[in-house]
Design a protein around this ligand. Structure first.
Ligand code: AMP
Ligand code: ZN
Length: 469
């Protein structure tokens, strides 16, 4: 498989440390609010990557943290703790907030068919691991104490800016909300490993440590949780592109200083979901959640379909108009699958070329939109219905669009007898009639379709249809 690696900024052949095995780490949600559909774009694409690696035969171990302490309102370590701000907003304790939004995250992820990683660790469960790692960094001279806090000394590294290929604007994302310089820092890029003192004193969760009663910085949690569960050599580290700097840069700095060797070979970053105001973000408010989409009548899987149709390395602009088009396409896809006859054995030989093009698409830096095209090619293909169903179920191990389940549900429902082939035949005849200016025939066909509860829409791009609501 070829993957784009932010480390080096090139597409590379993916080769794990240990043949046949992949160790993968994902930055988990900061559970002070609902995940928005931008966050979930990142988790959907990471889910596709994990599932594709499994599909390709790798034994995958995927680890994810839950940030329930230490993530300040700026990704540089200044400002108020996001968890504390969430607790204040809702007049609850930090742990209540964490518990509520962790459950909400997994509920939303479930609706999007995102698999729960093999290991999920809340940061508050790993305080001894953070303390051990910080102690080693101090011993090795990579960290220093100042003003009651422990800092990582970035000047001790030959190359701190490991993602040097990223442009200035991307590098600035993480520090944009900075609320002022910390005078204790020896270098501007130094970051806090352990706080006992901050401008915001009323931190609710604190622990004893060799450096005083306090709490960990955000970056240390991902390094420690990854090393604890996935060992010293990580194959792929994932996250949204805003995490590349400073969060991932700091993770690399402290992990490699601690381990004394290179830590992770491939860095997989998903570009942002944008709305009219730019990057969708929790702190800006007014963001969209899965529940909001559901309230508006959208199936969350239509949003997954929307995400799969564009490449993870391109920013994706969200609009309801685009989502509506996806809903239509998704429903049509389900209707076509529902129309396949389930009987008979698949022809595995005939299936192979289709599987090859599906793999070719995903092997090329996870090109999900081409993988979706491969799915459409199956439906168009000159192969038996049983082979088509087999292939759709096979591809859905990765795409997770729930196509077979949705199709079977549709087939079992009263409105089951939607004859897609017949509908398309009628639409083609109507198009021909219109081209011949035979309006009477065209209108008669429209009426016939209406009687079948099919609504057709003419647009400059052609004719689309949907079931009457
Ligand atoms: P958070 O819960 O804020 O820690 O973010 C969870 C994940 O969502 C991280 O990997 C972020 O990089 C990612 N993320 C944040 N905003 C967006 C966005 N607008 N589009 C895509 N991913 C995002
Ligand atoms: Zn992280």
């Amino acid at each position: 498989m070829i993957l784009y690696n932010t480390l080096g900024g090139v597409k590379q052949e993916f080769v794990p440390h240990e043949a046949g095995k992949v160790k993968m780490y994902t930055c988990g949600p900061t559970v002070y609010h609902y995940a928005h559909i931008g966050n979930l774009r990142t988790y959907i694409m990471e889910d596709v990557l994990e599932k594709y690696l499994r599909y390709a035969g790798y034994d995958v171990l995927r680890v994810m943290n839950i940030t329930d302490v230490g993530h300040l309102s700026s990704d540089a370590d200044t400002g108020e703790d996001k968890m504390l701000a969430g607790a204040k907003r809702e007049h609850k304790s930090v742990l209540e907030i964490a518990d509520f939004y962790t459950k909400a995250f997994f509920s939303d992820a479930g609706k999007l068919n995102i698999k729960t990683p093999d290991v999920v660790e809340p940061a508050t469960h790993c305080i001894p691991e953070f303390i051990e790692m910080i102690s080693v960094l101090l011993e090795k001279g990579y960290a220093y104490l100042a003003g009651g806090n422990v800092y990582f000394d970035t000047s001790k590294l030959d190359n701190y800016y490991v993602f040097g290929n990223m442009n200035e604007e991307e590098l600035q994302v993480g520090v944009r909300e900075d609320v002022g310089e910390d005078e204790n820092k020896r270098n501007k890029t130094d970051f806090v490993l352990w706080f006992t003192k901050s401008k915001f004193e009323d931190q609710e969760l604190k622990w004893e440590s060799p450096w005083g009663y306090g709490y960990p910085g955000w970056h240390i949690e991902c390094s420690a949780i990854s090393i604890k569960n996935a060992g010293e050599y990580l194959d792929i580290h994932c996250g949204g592109v805003d995490n590349a700097f400073p969060h991932h840069t700091n993770e690399i700095a402290q992990s490699e200083a601690y381990l004394g060797h290179k830590w992770c070979n491939y860095w997989f970053h998903v570009l942002h979901l944008l709305d009219k105001r730019g990057k969708m973000s929790k702190s800006k408010g007014g963001f969209l959640t899965v529940s909001l989409l559901e309230e508006k009548g959208y199936d969350p899987l239509a949003y997954r379909f929307f995400c799969l149709q564009s490449h993870y390395r391109k920013p994706l602009v969200f609009s309801f108009e685009n989502l509506d088009n996806c809903v239509q396409a998704y429903n049509k896809l389900v209707a076509r699958v529902a129309n396949l006859k389930a009987d008979g054995a698949p022809d595995l030989e005939a299936a192979k070329p289709y599987q090859d093009s599906f793999r070719e698409a995903l092997d090329n830096d996870l090109n999900t939109s081409l993988a979706v095209t491969a799915l459409y090619d199956v439906l168009k293909g000159d192969i038996s219905d049983a082979t088509k169903r087999y292939l759709i179920a096979d591809f859905d191990r990765v795409l997770s669009l729930g196509l077979i389940e949705a199709a079977d549900k549709k087939a079992a429902a009263p409105a089951a007898d939607v004859d897609v082939a017949r509908i398309e035949e009628l639409i083609a005849k109507r198009t021909e009639a219109r081209a011949n200016k035979d309006w009477a025939t065209a209108d008669a066909i429209r009426d016939e379709l209406k009687a079948m509860h099919i609504v057709i829409k003419d647009s400059k791009d052609g004719v689309t249809w949907e079931l009457e609501q």
